[in-house]
Design a protein around this ligand. Sequence first.
Ligand code: ATP
Length: 141
Amino acid sequence: MPEANGPLPPYAPPSASQRSLLRRRAASFGHAFRGVGMALRSELHLQLHAVATAVVLGAGFYFGLSLVEWALVSLAVASVWAAELFNTAIETLTNLASPGYHPLAGKAKDVAAAAVLLAALGALAVGGLVFGPKIWALLPR
Ligand SMILES: Nc1ncnc2c1ncn2[C@@H]1O[C@H](COP(=O)(O)OP(=O)(O)OP(=O)(O)O)[C@@H](O)[C@H]1O
């Protein structure tokens, strides 16, 4: 480990194994973005989330949220997106594994949907607590 302000170690170009690691990491990001794109194209719920996210970000800038408020809103928005994406993945796998009716398939889908509901309720609570007082203050009295 070089001393602070000490001489920098000589530049070593990434080795072949490091380059392939970087390529794999970059490919993983590509797969993840492709997953978001595919889910967005097929799922109406996610399209609505995209609109809701744009509205929330716009409202956040309009009201000039504090850093902590931005952190809470970001977590709430991300948790709903994550829950929806997991739900889509579980629905897709369930349809593949059990195209016909099966109580376990129904259970998997219901539990995945419950996770979305929970994330959405949490986001609603955060949205109400962060934006509620600001909107209230704008209302004419
Ligand atoms: N293969 C199945 N076997 C048993 N029950 C199922 C099956 N598929 C769906 N269900 C039941 O029907 C409900 C709705 O399933 P569906 O696949 O239509 O999901 P959804 O919530 O309408 O999804 P989305 O609207 O996001 O596509 C499930 O939550 C589950 O209770």
